[in-house]
Design a protein around this ligand. Structure first.
Ligand SMILES: [Zn+2]
Length: 73
């Protein structure tokens, strides 16, 4: 996976940062995790991304993403 695929491809694009932040807070309120907003170097628009470090606490399975702590209980 290259940088473009990781940071841009397939992601929702927001024209302005306020909309991205609004979406991030909605996701957080619904228990979907914490996201940061960043301006994309590829398309110049705004995307949502996982906070650095938090991705290491997630494990992807064919059924979806689970928190590691949930797998050990
Ligand atoms: Zn982009």
């Amino acid at each position: 996976m290259n940088d473009y695929e990781r940071s841009c491809y397939g992601k929702t694009r927001f024209l302005i940062r306020a909309h991205a932040k609004q979406r991030a807070s909605t996701i957080r309120r619904e228990g979907g995790g914490h996201f940061r907003t960043y301006q994309c170097r590829h398309c110049g628009l705004w995307h949502l991304g996982n906070l650095p470090g938090r991705a290491s606490h997630l494990r992807t399975t064919p059924q979806g993403v689970y928190h590691l702590k949930d797998l050990t209980t």
